[in-house]
Design a protein. Structure first.
Length: 607
């Protein structure tokens, strides 16, 4: 399916709405990709719908996948990318190891679904990739010091390398010597080792001892100990022996880390060979996570979602009680659903009129969102949905300019309208909202009229065309069985505008712009003057139309009289020269008549 730039608003709303249901720590690009590039293969669409429908019906499976399994799997794509670039460390390798350890419980959970689609599209690929990663798992178990991991350190297992093992022995011996010094200082000061006096090690001071502020007086005047500093946690000090141990420990630790870096580089080099496998695993898990997010969104919605029927038949497009998936989840909103019905033999285009804020744009966006979700493989917010396989979803909505490109609002409307006219086909859905507002009234109405007729009669696409040009409501009478009128219901009760947000057949009876202006608290003087000016303009327009009709009628009578005289001249004269001379005199007399309609016709004849 293709989409033009102006459908971007719907995509952003849907992506933001469904992103909150993600459970994995992924970069979440797959959801955006599915929405920007929906499917057109009905078998693939139904495959996704099978999984989503299963997850909606099986709440236990859905919650286990969302809360217990996928949430704890890291971003394997980012980790695999670090391995490929040789920028990974032992911590990254251990995180991948943890993810692989969580695959067997995930596979067991998927097996309990006992669903052929889940098994073939998700469980089986994960199982095969898990088998390929067993050796990676074994390598991490043999090379990483698991005891150090429990302490928050990610070190190579000393037993993996002989030199590392020797250096680790030296470090352990230095640690033991420092602990002996702790015991010696505790006996000398009469303190309890490990409680009132403790051994510390940090990169700045190396090995040192610390006593509480309460026991600080025991150090006063004792030349065996050198006080380093006094902090809230106590007083830190050291002995000459600890200072020497620190120097030896720092030197040995630096050598150990240098050797360990060599081993880590080898481990990362071997692990990078599994990058492709990890990318594939990441993709499968991402697919599962998007499907789970679709199911969670459908299951937690205020009203049930339905499974759309996507067909090859492009004659019918029917949505019953369709809702907007983003608006209905907002707090304090009681969404009013509406139907969308297209039938190729009776209705291809809805010309939608009605008051501002009456629900026209929301109805159109709800239709577009439902069509997009259906092709992405998600249940749709409606009571029932029959959606044809669409080739394109195009929209001209909103009012914005592009200052950076020097394009005005009207120019942008025309560019997008031109794109739609080139793109739209009988298997397309087109949404057009308020076209032609950036120019004069008659010119804008003419443009909107021409584009509407082009879409309905030549492109023959499904179209919702919202407008405030009430002249367009005459299109259904010119194209019966193709275009119909629909309107957003509204009424005025006690001079107050009541918006019903319900779409009904037929055109809107009148415009309610002044009532909307009242809702915006415009000054009463402005409202009254606007009403008077509106009445004056409408009266002048009516009088002008009547005057034009009278001029036209009188002009036609003069022309008929002229033709009768010409006929009489033709019958009474035999010479062509005399005939043309008499007609020229009649024409001169006719042009002297004070009739604009007649003069315009005669001038056209001369040309």
């Amino acid at each position: 399916m293709k989409d033009n730039g102006c459908i971007y608003e719907i995509l952003v709303l849907l992506k933001d709405c469904y992103m909150q249901y993600y459970s994995m720590n992924y970069d979440k690009c797959l959801l955006a990709q599915w929405l920007r590039q929906p499917l057109r293969d009905i078998n693939l669409i139904n495959e996704r719908l099978d999984v989503v429908e299963l997850l909606v019906d099986n709440s236990q499976l859905r919650l286990q996948l969302h809360d217990d399994h996928l949430r704890r799997i890291p971003d394997l794509r980012a980790l695999a990318r670090r391995l490929t670039r040789k920028k990974a460390n032992l911590h990254d390798c251990y995180r991948i190891y943890q993810a692989i350890n969580r695959l067997p419980p995930l596979l067991q959970c998927l097996a309990e679904a006992n669903n052929a689609t889940v098994h073939s599209s998700i469980a089986e690929p994960i199982s095969e990739l898990n088998d390929d990663l067993i050796k990676f798992q074994q390598m991490i178990e043999s090379t990483v010091d698991m005891e150090a991991v429990d302490k928050g350190e990610f070190l190579v297992n000393p037993a993996f390398d002989e030199q590392l093992q020797t250096l680790r022995g030296e470090l352990d011996q230095l640690q033991a010597s420092a602990e002996k010094e702790l015991s010696k200082a505790a006996r000398d000061l009469g303190l309890d080792a490990g409680k009132t006096i403790k051994l510390e090690s940090n990169p700045q001071n190396g090995y040192c001892l610390r006593v509480t502020m309460k026991e600080e007086q025991s150090l006063r005047g004792n030349k065996k100990y050198t006080i380093i500093d006094a902090v809230k946690g106590g007083v830190r000090f050291k002995t000459n022996t600890l200072a020497n141990l620190t120097d030896d420990y720092v030197t040995t630790k630096a050598t150990y880390e240098k050797e360990q870096d060599k081993v880590v580089a080898e481990i990362v080099g071997i692990a990078s060979g599994y990058s492709e496998c990890l990318f594939c695993l990441s993709h499968v898990l991402s697919r599962l996570d998007v499907l789970v997010s679709f199911a969670v969104a459908a299951a937690t919605a205020p009203h049930p979602y339905c499974r759309p029927v996507v067909t090859e038949d492009i004659d019918n497009f029917v949505l019953k009680d369709v809702r907007h998936p983003c608006l209905e989840v907002q707090e304090g909103v009681s969404f009013i659903p509406n139907d969308v019905v297209f039938k190729r033999d009776s209705c291809l285009m809805h010309v939608v009129t009605g008051a501002n804020m009456g629900g026209k744009s929301t109805w159109m966006r709800s239709c577009g969102a439902a069509a997009l979700l259906a092709h992405a493989g998600c249940l749709v917010p409606a009571a029932s949905a029959t959606v044809p396989r669409l080739k394109a979803l195009c929209a001209r909505v909103g009012a914005a300019d592009r200052e950076q490109r020097g394009q005005s609002t009207f120019m942008l409307e025309m560019i997008e309208s031109a794109t739609i006219l080139r793109t739209a086909t009988p298997d397309s859905l087109v949404l057009i909202d308020e076209l032609g507002r950036g120019t004069s009234t008659y010119e804008g109405c003419g443009i909107a009229w021409a584009i509407a007729e082009e879409l309905a009669t030549k492109c023959k696409c499904f179209c919702l065309f919202a407008t405030h040009y009430h002249e367009l409501t005459r299109l259904p009478s010119l194209h019966p069985g193709v275009i119909v009128n629909s309107h957003a219901e509204a009424s005025v009760v006690d001079q107050q505008l009541l918006l019903l947000h319900k779409i009904a057949p037929g055109p809107a009876t009148h415009s309610l712009g002044l009532h909307v202006a009242k809702l915006a608290d415009l000054p009463e003087s402005i409202i009254e003057y606007a009403e008077a000016k509106q009445a004056q303009l409408e009266t002048n327009l009516f009088e002008t139309d009547n005057s034009n009709d009278q001029e036209s009628s009188a002009g036609q009578e003069l022309i008929l009289e002229f033709l009768r005289k010409c006929k009489n001249i033709e019958a009474s004269h035999t010479s062509d020269e005399e005939l043309f001379k008499e007609i020229k005199v009649l024409k001169k007399n006719l042009l002297q008549q004070d009739n604009k309609y007649l003069q315009s016709l005669m001038i056209g004849c001369d040309k």
